[in-house]
Design a protein around this ligand. Structure first.
Ligand code: NAD
Length: 470
């Protein structure tokens, strides 16, 4: 085998691609991973999940110090914000983790290839450097497309990443804007809106729908909106943004009510466009080798993640579905294991989703609306964090746990949480659902006291009308 011949060439080193590469290498395949960014980890590690969580944590501490410490009997001096230091910490976290992927590649003998990959045929990948010149040709038995997604632009709202920004610009603002307008009340809008509100910005969220967090359980979304509004985030729902204009003094956003009526203008220093993401396949040469894409640009795959061209696979954001790093990882592992001759499967019914606001929002399984629409007979159990002793000790009592179980079999159908550390609490529900568990299983499992997870147990008890602490 020549140096440039591989069992698997992975295009894209995001959470889907790099995890697939490592798993395939663990299973004995020779693997190369091509990445054009210059650092590994994809959107998630470089300009997504990780830097946003670093800023969410820093801004949470800042807000705690400003608003909560006094109630705990902690006196501080005059509170100050050192934004450059906060940003530098974030950058350091990113650097550490992206370099960590490099180490993992070396440990697992995955060949890292820097450059932009183009498919030449079903077994050949050309890699070009920044100047466009071909630096390497890789021969591959199998090719995995894991090229992720990019921000969806909004007509009439030109992104300059300075005043009108995507999440990338919102993670690197040089100063706290006085007024921030967020277009889109999805995950990015609420997370980044939270960061800048905590640091002092007046944040207004303009959303097209008449609710926030579309797709999530409506009751949980409504509670979340109420809590975030109480924190000071302003919401203008059912607004169609028609344009934005940046001038030296700021940005003017124009929106009109979806139901019709007069247009309104909103003034801001910074506008964040967070209206979704679209698959990233530019320059890949999909047309050349005949890899199909659908009307939205996603790459359709079969149950083994194989595209219409044998030997070419795709995973993650580029194939659609939930645009989540962990979903891409699970798919990457499945492809690697399938190529190694193992049986692999991704259970899409038990993939959690987490919004890292504070309180966090975390969900798994079906929403109450989906159950109603499917005509499934279900039971609901709810438990508020105000009745949880640990939440009260922590002064973190906003939110609730909602458990949905099959009315006949008691099987868990969905668990929805808005509350402190919801992103960690959801995991017991994920495991329970993965094992085909019931509300009774959750309710009868011993939960450490005093713990936030007891709220999950109590909500499961409430499915059968027997919670103890409410
Ligand atoms: P999203 O799909 O979560 O939300 C986009 C929002 O914009 C929706 O509420 C939509 O109704 C609204 N919208 C669309 N067009 C609009 C318009 N013209 N005017 C006003 N509102 C409009 O998308 P996002 O927040 O941009 O996030 C993109 C993807 O990244 C999501 O799929 C998300 O899952 C993923 N992501 C995940 C996490 C996480 O897991 N914590 C964090 C960030 C992003």
């Amino acid at each position: 085998m020549s140096d440039n011949n591989f069992d698997l060439v992975v295009i894209g080193a995001g959470p889907g691609g790099y995890v697939a590469a490592i798993r395939a290498a663990q299973l004995g395949l020779s693997v190369a991973c091509v990445e054009k960014r210059g650092s590994l980890g994809g959107t998630c590690l470089n300009i997504g999940c990780i830097p946003s969580k670093a800023l969410l944590q820093s801004s949470h501490h800042y807000e705690m110090a400003a608003e909560e410490f006094a109630a705990h009997g902690i006196k501080t001096g005059k509170l100050g914000l050192d934004l450059p230091a906060m940003m530098a910490r974030k950058d350091k976290v990113v650097e550490g983790l992206t370099k960590g992927v490099d180490l993992l590649f070396r440990k697992n003998k995955v060949t890292r290839v820097d450059g932009a990959a183009t498919l030449i045929d079903a077994e050949t990948v050309a890699v070009r450097g920044g100047d466009g010149r071909e630096v390497e040709t890789l021969k591959a038995e199998n090719i995995l497309i894991a090229t992720g997604s990019e921000s969806t632009p909004l007509k009439g709202v030109p992104i300059d990443e300075k005043r009108i920004v995507t999440s990338t610009g919102a993670l690197a603002l040089g100063k706290v804007p006085k007024r921030l307008i967020v277009i889109g009340a999805g995950i990015i809008g609420l997370e980044m809106g939270s960061v800048w509100r905590r640091l002092g910005a007046e944040v207004t969220v303009l959303e097209f729908l008449d609710r926030i967090l579309p797709g999530m359980d409506a009751e949980i979304a409504k509670q979340t909106q109420r809590i975030l509004a109480r924190q000071g985030m302003k919401f203008r729902l059912a607004q169609r943004v028609t344009g934005a204009k940046a001038t030296a003094s700021g940005v003017t956003v124009t929106a009109e009510p979806v139901a019709g009526g007069e247009a309104e203008t909103f003034k801001a220093d910074i506008v964040l466009v967070a209206v979704g993401r679209r698959p990233h396949t530019e320059g890949l040469g999909l047309e050349k080798v005949g890899v199909e894409t659908d009307a939205h640009g996603f790459v359709p795959v079969d149950s083994d993640f194989q595209t219409n061209i044998p030997g070419i696979f795709a995973i993650g954001d580029v194939i659609g579905g939930a645009m989540l790093a962990h979903k891409a990882e699970d798919e990457g592992v499945a492809v690697a294991e399938t190529l190694a001759g193992e049986a692999a499967h991704v259970n899409y019914d038990a993939i959690p989703g987490v919004v890292y606001t504070w309180p966090e929002v975390a969900v798994v399984g079906q929403t109450e609306e989906q159950l109603k629409e499917a005509g499934t007979a279900y039971r609901v159990g709810k438990f508020p964090f105000t009745a949880n002793s640990r939440a009260r000790s922590n002064a973190d009592t906003d939110g609730l746990v909602k458990v949905l179980a099959d009315a006949g079999t008691d099987a868990l159908l969905g668990v929805h949480i808005v509350g402190p550390s919801a992103g960690d609490l959801i995991q017991e529900a994920v495991v329970a659902m993965e094992f085909g568990g019931s509300a009774e299983d959750l309710a009868r499992s011993s939960h450490g006291h005093p713990g936030l997870a007891e709220a999950v147990k109590e909500a499961a008890l409430a499915v059968h009308g027997r919670p103890i602490h409410i």
